[in-house]
Design a protein around this ligand. Sequence first.
Ligand code: CTP
Length: 404
Amino acid sequence: MLKGKHVLLGVTGGIACYKAAALASALVKQHCDVHVIMTRNATEFITPLTFEQLTGNRTVVDTFDRNHTFQVEHIALAELADLVLIAPATANVLAKLAHGLADDMLTTTVLACRCPKLAAPAMNTNMYENPVTQDNLALLRRYGWEVLEPASGRLACGAVGKGKLPEPEDLLEAVLHALVRPRDMEGLKMLVTAGPTREALDPVRYLTNHSTGRMGYAVARAAAARGAAVTLVTGPTALKRPAYVEAVEITSAREMFEAVTGRSGEQDIIIKAAAVADYRPACVAGDKIKKSDRGDDLALALERTDDILAWLGAHRQPGQFLCGFSMETRDVLENSRKKLEKKGLDMIAANSLRQAGAGFGVDTNILTLITPHSQLELPLLSKDQAAHALLDEILRLRRGPEPV
Ligand code: CTP
């Protein structure tokens, strides 16, 4: 996802420095070129060598060990960087950055950077809440910085409160959000559904399926990174709610129907990646169903749920793009095309549960994008890449045919 991108990671002196190492590693795994500049204090917590080993680039510490090449190098680095991320950012460094002080290698280089900048403050709660720090953060925002919200929890000083550095995966998400280009979905509203639904049988049990929500979450994240205003209607999943996305949590197919149809009117694009239950128990027992009441055999009476996508097809807003997902075990393309036509869709993304690398619970997928007039087979891709490829195709179709 970050191939060809250069990130300048500024590491300042706080106990959370160890998370910066995990972040550097995660960035490198995304094929990002990572250059680390540490403050002297940061080296008390973690060694420059750690970052050198992880990134394959020399870790820069401060201006006093500089020589002529180095001076030139730091400006070259400022020009090379596609993004600056200071993580963890101490109150001291934030104050310096807010006021243009440049007294070490990190602040000097960052002052010369014109690219987008992110700061992830991490400090004691009282320091974070101090109006001086808050004013400095407000100043940085005014100068165009994105300031990430610290997490709450037990801090290294023993206090419990706000001030923890977000986890490396959250920092990575912020980098992806800031760097993924093009921002070609700016101004578009998109609704995505994801995950399974649960249909209650009694207060203890429910009917559901194996959907983990990964594909829908990847689509929501990708669209938000490309600038869309994304609403994610999600069934119960173990996944972290993506940042930069409005998440609406539902449990049953009926709740998903209400959440989606109540918001569908204002959407430019709707993508239904959720695995919605087609049937629910015809009556939900008020008390736990007991074996003693039912004997050895139990037959469940089921009734159909509403087909949300078919409703959307029948109540489509002018210009609205509707995309469904179709998971099949046989006759994938034929069955999926039937759904496309029956539900009145612009596109259906078909995948087979029988193909290795596709389907539930894996990080990859093999999608065929079917429209009334075309069929595009995507190769085996990560779900993130597949999400971007799906959005590329939707945007291409929305634009209409290229002039000849
Ligand atoms: N879908 C929906 N509401 C339902 C059932 C399905 O909106 N009650 C949507 C899914 O979110 C998906 C698409 O319809 O985008 C296709 O779902 P799928 O389960 O593959 O097909 P069904 O239409 O349910 O048909 P069948 O179960 O017979 O294969």
